[in-house]
Design a protein around this ligand. Structure first.
Ligand code: ADP
Length: 251
């Protein structure tokens, strides 16, 4: 579903990803852990095509994402190509980023109608299903400012799902929430993990959640994978000193 092939990303002289290779299988749930600044968010932003890579190729569903095919060559991707490729990928951010001038229903139907060309009725039906799933059926006409952070984040998750993504990217989605609101958001994500086959790439500091939902954990340090494996092993018997230190600090 996703393949990073010797990907290099720099900001100025600072090499953030240094010939990074990894793959994610269809339906797999992979959590990225590691100290702040190790490149985790940058990986999600590359997949959302919010950043460009400096070398290597990012592949999604067997097609290049960072590039497009011209005959047998790969050339840098055009904006038009990126728009199409982006459709299979949904992202939820730390800050909920709802459209502030739209109510909940409008937030959920805007892109399905304008990007996917769905009818308003069809988009609304799907939005209602998703609002039921995130436990917010009674908030259709509420505006984002009338909702708690946890409720806004659940709307943001529903909005991402309204585009029927094959890949869902979750970037620290509970970090901006008051502690008592975190559990509801994580419960929604657990439900999605249990009831769909969406491929999920997760950046989180919620290690219990990571352990529950992940098939695999990748431990990053300075733009490289220092260790990877199933969560039970990584969290209980990490092999690398760097992983042990990181887990001691966050657990
Ligand atoms: P993480 O998510 O693991 O905390 P990030 O991917 O956010 O790490 O950041 C990796 C490194 O890239 C950090 O050193 C950060 O300062 C740098 N970085 C990220 N985005 C930018 C940017 N837009 N401009 C300059 N440096 C950046």
């Amino acid at each position: 579903m996703i393949r990073f092939d010797s990907v290099v990303k720099r900001f100025g002289d600072h090499v953030v990803l240094d010939h990074l290779d990894f793959t994610v299988a269809p339906g797999e749930r992979v959590t990225l852990i590691g100290p702040s600044g190790s490149g985790k968010t940058t990986i999600l932003r590359l997949l959302m095509t919010l950043e460009k890579i400096d070398d290597g190729v990012v592949w999604v569903k067997g097609e290049p994402l960072s590039h497009e095919r011209k005959g047998t060559r790969l050339v840098p991707a055009s904006e038009r190509y990126l728009r199409t490729m982006r459709r299979s990928i949904g992202m939820v951010f730390q800050q909920f980023n709802l459209f502030p001038n739209m109510n909940v229903m409008e937030n959920l139907t805007e892109a399905p109608v304008h990007v996917l060309g769905r009818s308003k009725a069809e988009a609304r039906d799907r939005a209602r299903e998703l609002l039921a799933m995130v436990g917010l059926s009674d908030k259709e006409t509420a505006h984002p400012t009338q909702l708690s952070g946890g409720q806004q984040q659940r709307v943001a998750i529903a909005r991402a799902l309204a585009m029927d993504p094959e890949i869902l990217l979750l970037d620290e989605v509970t970090s901006a929430l008051d502690p008592e609101l975190v559990a509801d958001v994580l419960d929604v994500l657990r439900t999605i993990a249990e009831t769909t086959d969406i491929t999920m790439l997760i950046v989180t500091h919620e290690m219990h959640f990571a352990r529950d939902v992940s098939d695999r954990v990748l431990m990053f340090d300075r733009g490289r994978i220092v260790e990877e494996g199933p969560p039970e092993r990584i969290f209980t018997s990490p092999r690398e000193e760097r992983t042990r230190k990181f887990l001691d600090a966050v657990l």
